[in-house]
Design a protein around this ligand. Structure first.
Ligand code: MG
Length: 251
């Protein structure tokens, strides 16, 4: 902004010059007395202090320790304080990551259940529960982040009550446990590894199903897939493998 009467009319020699940032500090009684006896104007408190014979010393400052005079200064100070609070919060933040892995073999059947979605297929996955390999890996990722065992410890396969169980029971338990321990789930990422069935057309439905079960926004849930280039047991379509990670944040 152009300022009336000011001209950029040359460069000053800066030798011996310092940039001084307010605030300045005084013993209150001394600066009060200096003001009381001061006559005429002054550019600042330092001029008043000098006139009263007080010693002035320049010390190293911090640009963030700004003098608050105008409304703009208040806004700047507020921003700085908020940034500092955010930083403190982050440094205290307890972030945990867990990973899970699961495999189920194919057997005779006509559909698979993956991440809560029933997909027609020429075989099904073998397992004690509904064999939802994606949901199992995800559940284990959450238990892993909590350092609290795995799905088999919380729901022993030897226990007949889990036979044919819908796997959302396991996932709901892990999510609830995270909440009880004071964590919220920030995001999860599930990878299904198989040649068939094709996951892509069902990925959005899987994300929506997991979102419902977990009470977590869809944009925090990733479901993706890969083949293993026809290598290994997944490549030979003997079964489906799944990997998952979960990030938990301490409240
Ligand atoms: Mg399993």
């Amino acid at each position: 902004m152009a300022r009336d009467g000011w001209q950029g009319d040359g460069t000053q020699d800066r030798t011996g010059a310092v940039s001084c940032a307010d605030p300045s500090g005084f013993r209150f009684a001394d600066i009060l007395a200096a003001h009381a006896t001061h006559s005429g104007g002054a550019a600042d408190d330092v001029e008043v202090a000098r006139a009263a014979g007080l010693d002035i010393t320049i010390v190293d400052g911090d640009e963030q320790n700004l003098k608050i005079t105008t409304p703009g200064d208040f806004a700047r100070a507020e921003r700085l304080l908020m940034q500092r609070q955010e930083k403190n919060k982050e440094s205290r933040m307890d972030i945990r990551v867990g990973s899970g892995y699961d495999v189920h073999a194919f057997t005779d059947g006509d559909h698979v259940i993956l991440c809560g979605v029933k997909i027609p297929h020429d075989r099904k996955l073998k397992g004690h529960s509904d064999a939802d390999v994606g949901m199992h890996a995800l559940t284990d990722a959450i238990y892993g982040a909590l350092a609290d065992g795995d799905i088999g410890q919380h729901f022993p396969p030897s226990d007949p009550q889990w036979k044919g169980a819908a796997s959302d029971i396991f996932l709901r338990h892990a999510v609830a446990l995270a909440g009880e321990r004071g964590y919220r789930i920030s995001n999860v990422d599930v990878t299904l590894i198989c040649e068939q069935p094709k996951i892509g057309p069902h990925a959005q439905a899987m994300r929506a199903a997991l979102s419902d079960i977990m009470g977590l926004a869809v944009d925090r849930i990733s479901v993706k897939a890969t083949t293993s280039e026809r290598l290994g047991f997944t490549g030979r379509s003997e079964g489906i493998a799944s990997m998952a990670t979960a990030t938990l944040i301490g409240a």
